[in-house]
Design a protein around this ligand. Structure first.
Ligand SMILES: Cc1cc2nc3c(=O)[nH]c(=O)nc-3n(C[C@H](O)[C@H](O)[C@H](O)COP(=O)(O)O)c2cc1C
Length: 368
């Protein structure tokens, strides 16, 4: 029976599969160390770029979707890190000095230039990152300049850029997929052709969190205006589960870091059952604090035990076997109904509806 949550992914030993997703809870060394102190197995740092990339954030930049007092959805129009890359190099070193046993994943995004992608990636690896995540998926702000989701929606660019990075580093590279696309398996396959070790999915879904009824302006409202942003948290979980399952079915050998809408251990276990070997949490940690990892760990261990899994790895993708086509569901149901009808016909209460001789004949095996 499973008595720990260790998992080896792409040669890296994670003490547990719970990873802080790139975002505010991973935006400098101090906060990353707080996540590790609380017990997270890995952290994906806030996305970085070379220092001359202009990043100017606005305030406010978040909005909530509420059901009564409960937050069910979250939206942000936050850009990638606005800190100089040299500060990040110092932070990566400091984090690895303090937590050598935890998995630190650098997240990089750059413009469509080989030299820039290779430089930011190689310097992240040199500074101590155990792996890299390529941000092909931020849906707001950066796509206006051909970056983020604009690249992730073009499988040729995904393949080419992944290959540039894989050439420049000798640590595992995950490509982070955008859900803002019809078929997520196409850029994922492109990333794998480019040499990625695996994929992460999903980043946020482009959305508008709501219109303020006091002034009829879309939110978050900045100087009286807004722009669509990235939607996350519990409300996106069904879409994330569908996409993680599609990725796992498209390539069972492809390691997937599953992301989207994880608020508790049941959500995390669902992501594992559809194919995630690690599970990332971003908004959950922002709203509940890093301590939520205690419930994630205890809850997933209890679920593994309840369902008789020998270890975490054996649960990865377990529920994929129960997905099929709608056509097949109809056939399965027709078969079941036919069996039920046959069983009904055999019951004693059915005798006497027709001629008794015919009923005897129907139950006799050697009748002509
Ligand atoms: C405020 C905020 C900032 C984010 N910044 C980044 C980022 O810099 N890079 C990135 O790859 N993803 C970023 N994300 C996306 C998350 O890493 C994650 O993919 C997404 O929010 C879905 O997971 P969740 O429902 O657990 O939040 C951000 C998300 C939020 C809410």
């Amino acid at each position: 029976m499973a008595d720990n949550l260790n998992i080896r992914i792409c040669g890296l030993d994670f003490p547990n599969p719970f990873v802080i997703g790139s975002g505010p809870p991973s935006t400098n060394a101090r906060i990353i160390c707080k996540a590790f102190d609380a017990g997270w197995g890995g952290v994906v740092a806030k996305t970085t770029a070379l220092t001359d990339t202009k990043v100017v954030n606005v305030q406010p930049r978040y909005g909530k979707l509420k059901m009564g007092n409960e937050t069910i959805g979250f939206q942000n129009i936050e850009l990638i890190s606005d800190r100089p890359f040299e500060d990040w190099e110092a932070d990566f070193k400091a984090v690895k000095d303090e937590h050598p046993d935890r998995i630190l994943i650098g997240s990089v995004m750059e413009s469509y230039e080989k030299g820039r992608w290779q430089e930011v990636s190689a310097r992240s690896a040199e500074a101590g990152c155990d792996a890299l995540e390529l941000n092909f998926s931020c849906p707001h702000g950066h796509p206006e300049k051909g970056m983020g989701a604009a690249m992730g929606q073009d499988p040729d660019q995904v393949e080419e850029v992944t290959r540039w990075v894989v050439e420049a580093v000798d640590i595992p590279v995950w490509a982070k997929m955008t859900p803002n696309i019809t078929d997520i398996t196409l850029p994922a396959a492109a990333a794998m052709r480019g040499g990625a070790a695996g994929v992460s999915a999903i980043n946020t879904i482009l959305g508008v969190i709501g219109i303020n009824m006091k002034n009829l302006k879309p939110m978050p409202t900045v100087e009286g205006h807004s722009t669509p942003g990235g939607y996350s948290y519990l409300a996106v979980k069904p879409i994330a589960l569908r996409m993680v399952a599609e990725l796992a079915q498209s390539n069972p050998a492809m390691p997937i870091s599953a992301i989207g809408g994880v608020t508790n251990s049941t959500d995390a276990f669902e992501h594992i059952l559809v194919g995630g070997s690690s599970v990332q949490v971003c908004t959950g940690a922002m709203l509940q604090g890093f301590e939520m990892v205690t419930e994630l760990s205890e809850g997933v261990l209890a679920l593994l035990e309840q369902h008789g899994f020998a270890d975490l790895q054996s649960a990865v993708g377990h529920s994929l076997q129960y997905f099929t086509t709608h056509h097949d569901l109809v056939e399965k149901q027709a078969e079941k109904r036919a069996l039920k009808a046959a069983a009904m016909a055999n019951r004693e209460t059915e005798w006497g509806k027709g001629r008794v001789q015919d009923e005897t004949k129907a139950l006799t095996s050697n009748e002509d």
